[in-house]
Ligand binder design. Structure first.
Ligand SMILES: *Cc1c(COP(=O)(O)O)cnc(C)c1O
Length: 377
């Protein structure tokens, strides 16, 4: 099997895999499960500095995005969909599916949102119930400054739904300090558990709004309010995937056991970008580089599939291209969570260098040397 150096799912550490294979109780009827679930949610709240509540839902990361829109949107609500990437734009579908009116705030996909521009826009029109935005838009590797953008939205009384699925646990997130209302995460990105779980962090204000709607939430599975009293009632809306949650708990403990995890991501990402730039390759974004994924333009004359296939066939390393409007245009290296370590990354950089040389691209520098220099090796 190839080594997955992809932007999620990523490699899973052995102690997480073992945790998922342990003997389990019946989570429907054993009150001990609600205690363990709450202890894990408490940790998640603390990590993201959230004075609201965190919940773990049974579904891949997309469920959190849909659940936020399903639970907040009432028919006719205007929602600002902040679009400078594929996931950013994709929120329009969830908003309209639940009867809302998405208003697109579309910017160049090569640039992060500019807080001053957003403020100027809201000065003219701020009649929105909430806004959606993406922290790291993974297909392009775009990192948006949620710590600057969400407070501006809050000033105008606009709630924020933030997709940080591919950034959180690799980039800093301050839920309360950034005035975020719903924060969405997934198990399979920086946290490095297998796919299958969504995490949502919900402000008291957002919970209040969701519980006091005029119309019922048009979903059962994507209804966040169904979790509100799980602890008091020892009751979940459906049987919780206990083995997945035990794996997630081990992954969260791995995260907490490493105080420098964000610095580790920053160093690996900076060294990767240096190797890419000095070799004469181009990053897709002009600024706003996420420390969790590096997205490189496919060099002129090459085809993404050739690069990806050669990486697998000659080196046993899987990286990815992208999809939608970026299909064929970029290749992506995921250095998030368990992938963000020196050994795997130097192997990946060496493989990319070998692959590009084989395919006839003339590198301007030795990527491995640059990577090693930046890593202090
Ligand atoms: C991975 C990811 C998700 C979850 O969706 P997938 O089905 O894994 O694509 C949501 N948002 C972002 C930004 C992601 O990177």
């Amino acid at each position: 099997m190839a080594k997955i150096m992809t932007a999620g799912p990523v490699q899973v550490r052995e102690n997480v895999r073992i945790a998922r294979s342990k003997v389990t109780t019946n989570p429907d009827v054993d009150p001990a499960f609600a205690e363990d679930y709450k202890a894990l949610c408490d940790k998640l709240e603390k990590i993201m500095n959230c004075s609201g509540r965190a919940y773990i839902m049974d579904g891949e990361g997309i469920l959190g995005l849909e659940a936020a829109c399903a639970s907040l949107t009432e028919p006719g609500d205007r929602v600002l969909v902040m679009d400078n990437g594929i996931f950013g734009r994709g929120f329009d579908g969830f908003v309209s599916m639940y009867g809302g009116e998405p208003v697109m705030y579309t910017k160049d996909y090569h640039e992060p949102f500019d807080p001053d521009e957003l403020r100027a826009y809201l000065e003219k029109d701020h009649d929105f119930k909430y806004a959606t935005l993406v922290h790291c838009d993974t297909p392009s590797g775009m990192l948006n400054e949620i710590d600057k953008l969400c407070p501006i939205l809050a000033e105008y009384g606009i709630m924020s739904v933030v997709d940080s699925v591919s950034a959180m646990f690799g980039e800093p997130v301050d839920f309360d300090g950034s005035y975020i209302d719903i924060l969405c995460g997934g198990s399979q990105k920086c946290l490095s558990a297998p796919p299958g779980l969504t995490m949502v962090w919900v402000s008291d204000k957002a919970m209040d709004v969701m519980c006091n709607r005029k119309t019922p939430i048009a979903s059962f599975y994507a209804n966040i309010t169904a979790f509100k009293t799980y602890y008091e009632d020892k009751w979940f809306p459906y049987t919780m995937p206990i083995s997945d949650i035990m794996g997630l708990a081990a992954a969260v403990d791995n995260y907490l056991a490493e105080p420098d995890v964000l610095q580790r991501h920053a160093r690996i990402a900076a060294a990767t970008r240096a190797a890419v730039n000095e070799a004469g390759l181009e990053m897709y974004v002009n600024s706003g580089y996420s420390n969790t994924v590096t997205v490189i333009n496919v060099p002129d004359g090459l085809i993404d599939r050739q690069i990806l296939d050669t990486m697998i066939e000659d080196y046993g390393i899987m990286i990815t291209g992208a999809f939608d409007v970026l299909a064929g245009k970029v290749i992506r290296i995921g250095h998030m969570g368990e992938n963000a370590n020196y050994e795997d990354m130097v192997e990946t950089i060496a493989a990319l260098q070998g692959t590009l040389s084989k395919l006839g691209f003339r590198l301007k520098a030795n990527m491995v040397d640059v990577f090693n220099r930046e890593m202090g090796r």
